[in-house]
Design a binder for this molecule. Structure first.
Ligand SMILES: *Cc1c(COP(=O)(O)O)cnc(C)c1O
Length: 372
């Protein structure tokens, strides 16, 4: 065999007194797993852990954690918004925002694919007592006209008051679709004309910014509140931020306590977030390139019906009738590739900073060998 035997220190080993190499030993070669189930599966690398270890901390419920304060002020200024609040999850930042903007009996306009509606445990009803008006659209993106026609007149006592429009960018269930900024501006105008708040679920906003080249400040100027996640593509272990006006964030701070999200020496987590904002933004385009490359082969496979356009780090594809998503997942897992489903005929791949080198080729080999 052509592979030289090597000791643990990487030196080629020789039997003392001879020039013959040690007989070749086969080490079990395990390829790293490719976990595409979500961009939440990332683990902090040593440099991020270092930053966490070095964090200066205090009791953040008492407002004494300098690292949390720094993360909040840096994120707020990045978006040109007055204030920010560090929370344990993106679900909490979204749900707090909805509660800030609504009162029981109000109505929230959002997409029928929205995370706040589908995947937050019914929180709009449970936490805020609000109802929902769902809009269809193109991969989770709707028009200003659709918003306009979904607004209830406040003069009619029968109707719930429309109080909030919430959008998601990128759209998770839309395969990572990015909004056209011009459409968002038109929706803002409708909100202004009808006294509606405008919230952005930006769990993957940084992916949208990386994909389109837009600036955070443009988004900060358009929305009343923005939720961003540090624990998705940015690779921090925990944490999301809610951005908004000083008044809204003061109210959000009170609601965070009510929701049980006040954390004590949270600076250790905030330090990971600061590290992520500093080091993991520019690399997001690499995830997008990997997603594109991995998706390129899919349309040619007989068991794939269609692939949603790839705009960021998500790939969602629909299976031909007769192909079960569970069978695809089991086959991929057998080849070291973990994926997830979004319904019985949709498979999702999510690219992130812990996807190992060489993954695209291995993904291609795995999907190619599936019989359908
Ligand atoms: C992940 C995600 C959230 C928040 O999820 P948490 O797991 O609660 O942090 C919110 N919106 C979207 C679109 C998401 O993908």
């Amino acid at each position: 065999m052509g592979v030289p035997a090597r000791g643990v220190d990487g030196e080629r080993q020789r039997i003392p007194g001879t020039l013959r190499p040690v007989p070749h030993r086969v080490f079990p070669m395990t390829l790293p797993k490719i976990d595409l189930r979500s961009d939440t599966v990332t683990k902090p690398a040593p440099a991020m852990l270092e930053a966490m270890l070095r964090a200066e901390v205090g009791d953040d419920v008492l407002g004494e954690d300098p690292t949390v304060a720094r993360l909040q002020s840096e994120a707020a200024s990045m978006f040109g918004m007055p204030a920010a609040l560090f929370c344990p999850s993106g679900t909490m930042t979204n749900q707090i925002a909805i509660r800030v903007h609504t009162r029981p009996g109000d109505e929230v306009i959002c997409s029928d694919l929205a995370h706040i509606y589908l995947y937050e445990g019914g929180g709009i009803a449970a936490n805020s007592g609000a109802s929902v008006r769902l809009l269809g659209g193109d991969r989770g993106r709707f028009t200003a006209e659709a918003v306009q026609s979904a607004i209830n007149k406040r003069t009619d006592a029968h109707l719930p008051w429309t109080r909030l429009v919430a959008i998601e960018n990128t759209v998770n269930k839309g395969g990572g679709a990015c909004w056209e900024f011009a459409e968002l501006e038109r929706i803002r105008s409708v909100c202004d004309a009808h006294d509606l708040a405008f919230h952005l679920d930006g769990a993957r906003l940084f992916n949208a910014l990386a994909a389109t080249g837009e600036s955070p400040r443009r988004f900060g100027a358009l929305f009343d509140t923005i939720s961003i996640c540090l624990s998705k593509g940015l690779g921090a272990p925990v944490g999301s931020l809610l951005l908004g006006s000083t008044e809204q964030i003061a109210r959000a701070h009170r609601l965070r306590k009510l929701f049980g999200g006040g954390m004590r020496q949270a600076g250790y987590l905030a330090a990971a977030g600061l590290y992520a904002l500093e080091h993991h933004l520019t690399r997001l385009v690499d995830d997008h390139a990997a997603a594109c490359a991995a998706a390129a082969l899919l349309p040619s496979l007989p068991w794939v019906e269609s692939v949603l356009p790839v705009e960021s780090n998500l790939v969602i594809f629909r299976l031909q009738a007769g192909t079960r998503a569970e069978a695809v997942l089991a086959h991929l897992a057998h080849h070291g590739v973990q994926a997830s489903t979004m319904g019985s005929d949709l498979v999702r791949f999510v690219f992130h900073l812990d996807v190992p080198a060489g993954a695209v080729e291995r993904i291609h080999a795995a999907v190619r060998s599936f019989a359908g």
